[in-house]
Design a protein around this ligand. Structure first.
Ligand code: ADP
Ligand code: ZN
Length: 766
């Protein structure tokens, strides 16, 4: 065990400040000043949590210390009761970053802090308190030196030879000594004993075992392609010089973006710094992990299946500078590195980087802000960049690096659009696979190839419909249709999880025989087993992949060729690289195209383009088939042509015309209430308050370039039993948007039973 792993319980940076600024886990709140009792002066520090009396009845409440001051406040203040952490939980940069988040996302700083520090770091889960022994400096040993017995001498000798501190248990073991001689050394003033924390061996070994399962990819270093070399020529000096510099790496699928990430990481590691890599949760596959492990020494992988203790242990290892490279999903952006030299975000367009609960931050945007605060380069990579990032590159905020070709001149796969209006089976029944796709699959399978099919809807039938009266079964709590799951014979709401037995007869007219319509992955699975009875088919969606690790099992079996047809939701579209896949089919490209969301076209394009890039990476040529009712829709036609540039160009024009992001900033307010009337009334009052603020600004000559839409019923008006009203605010100026929200929100008290959500740069428009 390394002596450096010990963390003495004492704090050496005692402060002389008499007052502390504390923030609590509450919305839109300021810091409170507390007195620091003399007994806590040695322990308190910025970034530690404290226990303090707060609110009604002085309830003991946990808060974060965010500032220390000697200035006596004007009002009488209460005193802190206890300091909860041995070490500061956050670095100075992270404190600044979280402060910015609170301001930008309009929530409490304490809320942000509480959310970004993992439970395992707060509870010290994964560590245990143990007695530790340390020699006192020679100068402090009493004179004349007290006499020692031979046994005591032996222990002293050992301690001197080893230097540093040692866990008591280990000392006993190493010297074969009992407790008595060691205690004597302490009593006679040769050694000091204190309580310290060490990593709990069982928790840590668990982590190591998890990661050890994953083989390290072979260390391959390529000669860069001409495109990669051109990009590297821009990256290298930025990495060498340091300083905030954002890059957008737009490289088509298979163009070798990962190789550039790895080189960039190697460069900063060589400089003795750390690198942070953010990927969508779904891309945290062993493939990705192996690529990083093959090239970097100390890698921490932060995925969502980590136990509290593992997470805490990673957090502490990172904070102690024992990790060079951190790879993780969204929340890894808060890794407490002290010498960060680079941030990489792969698949930067992914909407999963947005957190859909408070603090509603976008991991990509927070990462860019962190890079700015830490003054380091950041690389955003994607084959289909988000239009926000594209816009930033167009106007020179980001440096654009382009990899327009695949490595080794491999062609992009040919994509065939299948028009479902014409390509139909003669029996007129509902089929998931058109005759053309069926034939292509058969040919590929007969030749020993594999097939991937995407259908972005789970369940068996996606709606239940009565042909007699037209009734469609809806959720009791949501304005959404129920999906039929055949394996459990229930209908289910995919938003709130409500389940019930499917009706025998139509519950409205009582006569009609309910039809099970629409196709989900479960029905497709059944159809494929019928059409290809001799092949192994596996389905991958959140119903079949509930257990951690099951995802991986299926992918491994697929890679080994034990599965010939893999079908699933968008889960299968990301970051997978299977050389033997020669047919990729999109069963219904139109799912999602008609969502009431200004990003519906962009999302559809991204998904299709990503899927289309999933084949032809190996030596074999693959074919992609996209089934659709609208082959002429630009999102579909351009994705089939692998034409991001035209898509981005056209979509930007549409966004500009409608004053949508990225040309304007947007905020969305959602009012939620079980009582429709109460929700409505509050929304109306909020609207009045907005208008009052806008009037006042106008009168004061302040900018009012803001468009306020609403209140209106949200596209999904009833969700989980709540009625929902929403506002949309759009402005070319982020400052105006924030000022108006800040001036308005505190003026209308949110009544009991009503909830207000403020979503800045919203991704979810339902
Ligand atoms: P992307 O991330 O852009 O989709 P990858 O980084 O996965 O593309 O690269 C595609 C394939 O090409 C990978 O198998 C990778 O190992 C390989 N590769 C990358 N760069 C080179 C190179 N310069 N020479 C040869 N092969 C390369
Ligand atoms: Zn529901």
């Amino acid at each position: 065990m390394q002596p450096s792993l010990f963390q003495p319980e004492e704090n050496l940076n005692a402060t002389s400040a008499a007052f502390a600024e504390i923030v609590f886990d509450r919305p839109l709140d300021h810091a409170y000043t507390y007195a620091i009792p003399p007994s806590l002066l040695a322990q308190i520090a910025i970034g530690k949590r404290v226990l303090a009396p707060f609110g009604k009845g002085d309830k003991q409440t946990i808060g974060f210390c965010v500032g220390l001051t000697e200035t006596k406040p004007e009002r009488k203040v209460k005193a802190i009761l206890q300091v909860l952490d041995d070490d500061a939980l956050l670095t100075e940069h992270l404190l600044k970053l979280t402060r910015w988040m609170a301001d930008y996302y309009l929530c409490g700083w304490g809320q942000v802090l509480n959310a970004v520090v993992p439970a395992g770091a707060k509870s010290r889960a994964g560590t245990k308190a143990v007695p530790i022994l340390e020699l006192v400096p020679d100068a402090l040993v009493p004179t004349p030196p007290p006499h020692l017995s031979p046994k005591q001498k032996k222990v002293l000798e050992y301690l001197k030879a080893r230097s540093g501190s040692i866990e008591l248990r280990e000392l006993k073991h190493a010297t074969g000594s009992g407790s008595m001689p060691i205690e004597a050394l302490v009593e006679k003033g040769y050694a000091r004993r204190y309580s310290g924390r060490v990593e709990n061996a069982t928790a840590v070994s668990q982590t190591v075992r998890d990661d050890a399962d994953i083989p390290h990819a072979e260390r391959e270093e390529y000669i860069l392609t001409a495109d990669q070399a051109a990009a590297w020529n821009q990256l290298e000096p930025a990495l060498k010089e340091g300083g905030f510099k954002p890059f957008l790496l737009y490289g088509i699928t298979g163009s070798g973006k990962t190789e550039l990430y790895l080189r960039a990481i190697e460069e900063v590691v060589r400089q003795g710094k750390e690198a942070l890599v953010l990927v969508p949760e779904i891309s945290l596959t062993p493939q990705t992990i192996a690529a990083f492990k093959g090239r970097c020494q100390d890698v921490a992988i932060l995925h969502s299946h980590l136990h509290t203790a593992e997470r805490g242990s990673h957090w502490r290892r990172i904070a102690r500078g024992q990790v060079q490279v951190i790879v993780g999903a969204r929340s890894a952006v808060f890794a407490p590195t002290k010498k960060l030299g680079l941030i990489v975000i792969d698949e930067e367009h992914e909407s999963s980087f947005k957190q859909e609960k408070t603090p509603r931050y976008h991991g990509r945007d927070v990462a860019v802000m962190r890079a700015r605060l830490e003054n380091i380069p950041i690389i955003l990579g994607s084959a289909t960049p988000a239009l926000e990032s594209w816009y930033n590159a167009q106007r020179g905020q980001y440096t654009l690096l382009t990899l327009p070709r695949r490595v080794a001149d491999r062609p992009l796969p040919p994509v065939k659009l299948i028009d479902l209006r014409h390509d139909r089976h003669p029996d007129k029944k509902q089929h998931g696979l058109s005759p053309t796709l069926e034939r292509a699959m058969k040919k590929a399978l007969d030749a020993g190839g594999q097939v991937i099919l995407l259908l972005n809807r789970r369940g068996f039938s996606t709606y239940l419909h009565c042909p007699a009266c037209g009734h469609v079964e809806h959720c009791k709590f949501c304005d959404l249709s129920m999906t039929y799951h055949k394996d459990r014979h229930v209908t289910m709401c995919h938003y709130c999880g409500f389940e019930q037995k499917p009706p025998e007869k139509c519950p409205v007219c009582g006569t009609g025989q309910v039809l099970y319509q629409g196709m989900g992955t479960e029905k497709l699975h059944a159809e494929i087993m019928q059409v290809f009875p001799d092949r192994t088919v596996e389905r991958m969606d959140s119903d079949t992949m509930k257990r951690p690790g099951s995802h991986q099992k299926v992918l491994d079996a697929f890679r080994r060729g034990q599965i010939q047809i893999l079908l699933g939701t968008q889960m299968i579209a990301k970051g997978l690289d299977f050389p033997n896949v020669t047919v990729v089919g999109v069963v219904n490209a139109d799912v999602g195209l008609h969502h009431a969301d200004f990003r519906a076209s962009e999302r559809t394009f991204q998904l299709l383009a990503q899927v289309a890039g999933r084949t032809g990476r190996g030596a074999q040529v693959g074919n992609v088939y996209i089934q659709t009712l609208q082959p002429e829709h630009p999102s579909i036609a351009l994705a089939a042509n692998h034409d991001y540039l035209t898509f981005a160009h056209e979509e930007m024009k549409a966004r500009q015309a409608h004053k949508y992001p990225p040309f304007q900033r947007m905020a969305r307010l959602i009012v939620r209430c079980k009582d429709e009337k109460a929700g409505n009334e509050y929304a109306d009052r909020l609207a009045e308050a907005f208008n009052a603020v806008l009037q006042k600004r106008k009168a004061a000559g302040e900018p009012v370039d803001l468009r306020l839409l609403g209140p209106a019923e949200a596209p999904v008006f009833r969700l989980k039993g709540y009625y929902r009203f929403h506002f949309q605010l759009q402005s070319a100026s982020s400052a105006t948007l924030h000022q108006v929200l800040r001036a308005t929100l505190p003026t209308v008290r949110v009544p009991n039973g009503v909830e207000l959500t403020v979503d800045i740069d919203p991704q979810d428009m339902l």
